[in-house]
Design a binder for this molecule. Structure first.
Ligand code: ZN
Length: 537
């Protein structure tokens, strides 16, 4: 058997019906090289690149070592050199890269070993470029590990392969020797790869993560961070929203009145409910009332109650919500829209902590906490004389502003997925184009609009993945328009457009050039050159 006669097809056993692919009784999985790189990126981001190198190397080493064993058992090789050469072919046929061995010298006394070669199409280089990872020097640690592990098995002594050049002129070059022949640094690296102290690292990481978690949410009482995702809350990962919930937590343990502001559909009632649910009042009632939904007299009797016969239709006594809420929370939605006469009555009730039902003469004490909300600009309404300043200051003891969805784009997809799993649990998800549009649309109707769009799309898509034509037209039209909106105002030249676009991306990245270059898909040097040019123009 010559190395060049070797074919991986002969040794692979495909049993698709049984869900098995085997290589000499070893289970083999077929999956995307980029996924492996993504996993690597996650580990690198947590442990640091230098720390990771021996770990990544070790992974390749084990695969190579087992391949050498398998190939040694399956075939009779003329000598160790040929057995090793079969390994370079195996590395190629496994799809790691194309390995060309250019030099191999194994001394007759077996004391010295040296081989060199090149790797073309390294999957590690490809994934590295695909994921646009920042330049970290040589990246092919799995390839080095593989050949090291393979050679160590067939030469029966530790061999270390190191990369001399990585993706230099479309290829990488490597060199292998017995580990001692690399001197101290080689020996140390090999030791680190075999005896990596992950336990210690894990402990460190756990500590860091715990510290980070405790920074995120202030711990009130015995509350754990899990409280932040009570079933009533929508998922979020933006800092904006995390800040809102921190504030909600802070105020929950007090009796202060809260004013929640934010555009229509941002979920102000959800925040109010959240404050109620983490407060000591949680066992009492949460009573929401939409102040615009009711005509004046009805709203008045709804809030303050009435006595029998106080007006036409009042055929029995009614307790108002301010009393009905007892020790709980009353949520006054759209407070900016209530009439001045009710504002006066509400102010009196809040000042005196007492309420007199319509047509009644006895006053009843108010114990409930008031949370109000509005999408209007109350300061403006005050200037226009449409909202009482004294009531405003009474309600606005602790203001919380809920950001619009477009101000926290990181939350859009998690929320969209949440609604999708609610409306269509068996859905196959969003196509990448749909995800892009969802993330970039302006969402004037905020979370409510997003929920409606997802529900509509899930109905149209049925059992398919959600595609562009399942989205409401408003979303797809604006996506095309937004690219050209500003451009068609003055039809700039390509260079002017380049300049405008680069500056606005830089603006978006808050002046961070590395981030801007990454977004633009150009090198940092190119960006620097262009900026220099535009600044002197
Ligand atoms: Zn390389």
């Amino acid at each position: 058997m010559k190395p060049s006669d070797f074919s991986i097809i002969d040794v692979l056993d495909f049993q698709p019906d049984r869900g098995l692919v085997e290589l000499e009784n070893r289970r083999v999985l077929i999956f995307d090289g980029n996924i492996l790189m993504e996993l690597r990126r996650m580990i690198v981001e947590n442990l640091g690149w230098k720390e990771c190198q021996p770990v990544i190397f070790h992974y390749g080493y084990e695969v190579g070592n087992m391949d050498a064993k398998s190939l040694g058992q399956m075939y009779n090789w003329e000598n160790k050199e040929e057995w090793f050469q079969a390994g370079t072919i195996m590395q190629t046929q496994r799809g790691f890269c194309k390995t060309i061995l250019s030099y191999l010298a194994f001394s007759p006394d077996e004391r010295h070993l040296m081989f060199r070669g090149r790797w073309f199409n390294s999957y590690e280089v490809d994934s590295h470029k695909h994921l646009k990872l920042t330049d970290t020097g040589p990246v092919c640690y799995v390839l080095c590990g593989y050949l090291s592990g393979y050679a160590s098995y067939c030469f029966d002594r530790e061999v270390l392969v190191q990369e001399q050049e990585c993706f230099h002129r479309q290829h990488c070059s490597f060199e292998g020797r017995f580990v001692e022949e690399w001197g101290e640094p080689g020996i140390k690296f090999m030791e680190a790869s075999k005896d990596y102290d992950l336990q210690h690292k894990y402990a460190q990481l756990n500590k860091q993560m715990a510290a980070r978690r405790s920074q995120k949410v202030p711990k009130n009482k015995d509350e754990q961070t899990e409280d932040i995702t009570t079933p009533k809350m929508l998922p979020f990962r933006s800092k904006n929203m995390s800040r809102v919930l921190e504030m909600a937590h802070q105020v929950a343990n007090t009796v202060a009145n809260v004013l929640i502001t934010g555009e229509t559909g941002v979920g102000k009632e959800v925040i109010a409910n959240f404050i109620h649910s983490v407060s000591p009042k949680t066992t009492s009632k949460f009573l929401p009332i939409n102040c615009t939904a009711l005509p004046l007299t009805l709203l008045e009797s709804e809030l303050f109650g009435h006595v029998k016969g106080s007006f036409t239709g009042a055929d029995r006594n009614k307790r108002g919500l301010l009393i009905e809420a007892g020790n709980g929370t009353i949520f006054l939605d759209e407070i900016g829209d209530i009439a001045l006469s009710i504002q006066a009555k509400l102010l009196r009730a809040l000042q005196e902590k007492k309420v007199r039902p319509v047509g009644g003469n006895t006053e009843l004490p108010i114990m409930a906490r008031i949370i109000a909300s509005t999408n209007r600009n109350l300061e403006e309404l005050m200037r226009e004389g449409k909202f009482r300043a004294d009531l405003y200051y009474r309600l606005n003891v602790f203001p919380i502003h809920v950001p619009a969805l477009r101000e926290r784009r990181d939350d859009i997809l998690p929320i969209a997925r949440h609604f999708l799993s609610k409306y269509a649990p068996a859905s196959l998800g969003f196509s990448p184009q749909v995800a892009h549009i969802l993330e970039n649309y302006e969402w004037p109707g905020n979370v409510r609009e997003l929920a409606n769009a997802v529900e509509r799309a899930s109905i149209l898509a049925g059992k398919q993945k959600i595609q562009l034509d399942h989205l409401p037209p408003a979303l797809t039209v604006s996506d095309q328009a937004c690219v050209f909106n500003h451009v068609t105002d003055d039809w700039p030249s390509l260079e002017e457009l380049d300049q405008k676009y680069i500056l606005s991306v830089l603006d978006h990245c808050e002046g961070k050039k590395m981030k801007a270059a990454e977004l633009l898909g150009i090198g940092a040097n190119t960006l620097w050159r262009k900026l220099k040019k535009y600044q002197t123009d």
